[in-house]
Design a protein around this ligand. Structure first.
Ligand code: URP
Ligand code: ZN
Ligand code: ZN
Length: 491
């Protein structure tokens, strides 16, 4: 057989297996996985490299207007280029409805902008901020049938938040239509109240963002969101989990067999609230919601990724420049309440997790593949086309040099943010060649494809990956007992 492209001599890893094999690719699809294939028209020598499924980043904000009315710094070109350089070959950003907007127009607008610019494949989630009769009865069910099979709702941000009644309505709709609800779980009034106290006392610096976004606000909202979904008897994805208490709330529900799923992000494993505590407004570069917490929280999140309480690792790339368009809308007078929330992470998500996870033996290579690709594909209705290396799957590959040492800096990244919260951090392991549907997208440190060559992905029914039911509930004490390793930091 004549292949369009072969990838030979590499070590292939999927969520379950690691083996030496060559890949043969025709028409963008993997058609052969064998030892000793003949070179195709294109041939990549992957000796000494890991050949992994291209990453899927299922939580990122691209060319999106925030709840505060601020536009992201990355458009669909810079975001997808940046993602590709970091080993990600599929993104699922949001088409965001704001109040007063009709969903069909929102979707058409995002679809047009992405089609012109994306260099890798993409789907959309919706953000539903205005669940009117028209949205609930007609537009949202239609969008789900058209392949936008998940949507995010917010419990905080005055301009986006839904009340509990509205949350029940959208959960009920998702259950009926076979969609998955993603939820931003923070208690709006707790945050508002704390923020007001800070401002009254003259505490306006970025570090007070982390004080206002108390861990208790996340715990309360996470617990409430889960009870709402239990009332409807449907599943739920809790995004950007940052606290040990939220992990425990999720784990206890999972132990009862409740289909609650959880995601965390680089900022909660690699940053802490101390990073926000910097002179002047510098700390704004580290502010996102929920905020980075502390070392103890990082340890629990690592354990939750290892143990399976959290099965998704996404960037929550929310790119805002350190100027009046994003972090500093009021110049040097900007308070923590006024700056845009969010940190960039599309390009560094996989290298950071590979380096600190696989490299430090916190997770296995197969768990890395699952956390960065396969679970996203399964959860959001893209599997087995995406997220794995198998006959018939799209040839989306990240070919990793596990020994490459890279010092992260804004100047080497391809987003349009101008800084990285991980400046100066050394990582070991980097995707040298990135392939999307058989097209070499990145090689020799350069982009090889044109803008607009990414394809839109209509997605199927979400099938979130269930957590292992290993937390034991004691009917005698009424308490949950977790396996020791689940709640302890790895040695
Ligand atoms: O701070 C964040 N995460 N901003 C992006 C929007 C969101 O809530 O995910
Ligand atoms: Zn959010
Ligand atoms: Zn987000």
């Amino acid at each position: 057989m004549n292949f369009d492209l072969t990838v030979r001599n590499g070590i292939v890893a999927t969520e379950n297996d690691t083996f030496t094999a060559d890949l043969g690719i025709c028409d963008g699809t993997i058609v052969a996985i064998e030892r000793r294939l003949k070179p195709g028209m294109g041939d990549i020598d992957a000796a000494g490299r890991f050949v992994l499924p291209g990453g899927i980043d299922s939580h990122c904000h691209v060319e999106q207007l925030s709840g505060m009315g601020l536009m992201c710094a990355d458009d669909f070109y810079s975001a997808t280029v940046s993602a590709a350089f970091g080993g990600t070959t599929t993104i699922i950003p949001f088409a965001a409805q704001h109040r007063g907007m009709a969903l069909p127009e929102v979707i058409a607008d995002y679809a047009r902008r992405a089609a012109e610019k994306a260099v890798i494949d993409y789907g959309f989630h919706l953000i539903v901020a205005d669940p009117t009769e028209q949205t609930l009865r007609q537009d949202l069910p239609q969008a789900i049938r058209d392949g936008i099979t998940s949507f995010k709702v917010f419990m905080t941000y005055d301009s986006l938040k839904l009340d509990d009644y509205q949350l029940l309505e959208v959960l009920d709709l998702a259950k009926r239509e076979g969609a998955l609800v993603m939820i931003h779980a923070e208690n709006n009034d707790m945050i508002r109240w704390l923020a007001q106290r800070m401002i009254e006392k003259g505490h306006k610096a970025p570090k007070y963002h982390a004080v206002a976004h108390s861990p208790l606000a996340e715990t309360e909202a996470t617990h409430r969101a889960i009870q709402l979904s239990r009332l409807i008897d449907t599943s739920l994805m809790i995004v950007h989990v940052s606290t040990p208490e939220a992990v425990r709330v999720i784990a206890s529900s999972q132990a009862l067999g409740v289909p609650i799923h959880g995601e965390t992000c680089p900022q909660y494993l690699f940053l802490t609230a101390d990073d926000i505590d910097q002179p002047g407004l510098e700390g704004a570069k580290f502010c996102c919601s929920p905020p980075p917490r502390d070392k103890a929280s990082q340890d629990v999140l690592w354990a939750a990724l290892k143990h399976g309480t959290l099965r998704m690792f996404s960037s929550d790339h929310a790119p805002y420049r350190f100027d009046e368009t994003g972090k500093l809308p009021n110049g040097d007078k900007t308070t923590f309440k006024q700056m845009a929330n969010g940190v960039p992470g599309l390009e560094v998500r996989m290298p950071l997790l590979f380096s600190e996870g696989v490299g430090q033996a916190r997770i296995t290579l197969n768990e890395f593949v699952a956390l960065t690709a396969t679970h996203h594909a399964r959860t959001y209705g893209l599997y087995p086309r995406k997220g794995t290396i198998a006959i018939g799957s799209d040839a989306d590959l990240a070919i990793w040099n596990p020994d490459a040492e890279v010092v992260l800096s804004a100047s080497m990244l391809h987003d349009n943010v101008g800084y990285t919260p991980y400046e100066g951090r050394k990582v070991r392991g980097w995707p040298e060649v990135v392939v999307s549907r058989g097209r070499i997208v990145v090689e020799n440190g350069t982009l090889q494809v044109e803008r607009g060559t990414g394809q839109y992905l209509a997605r199927g029914t979400p099938k979130p990956v269930a957590a292992p039911r290993e937390a034991r509930w004691s009917p005698n004490t009424g308490l949950f007992q977790f396996p020791r390793e689940a709640m302890q930091a790895p040695e």
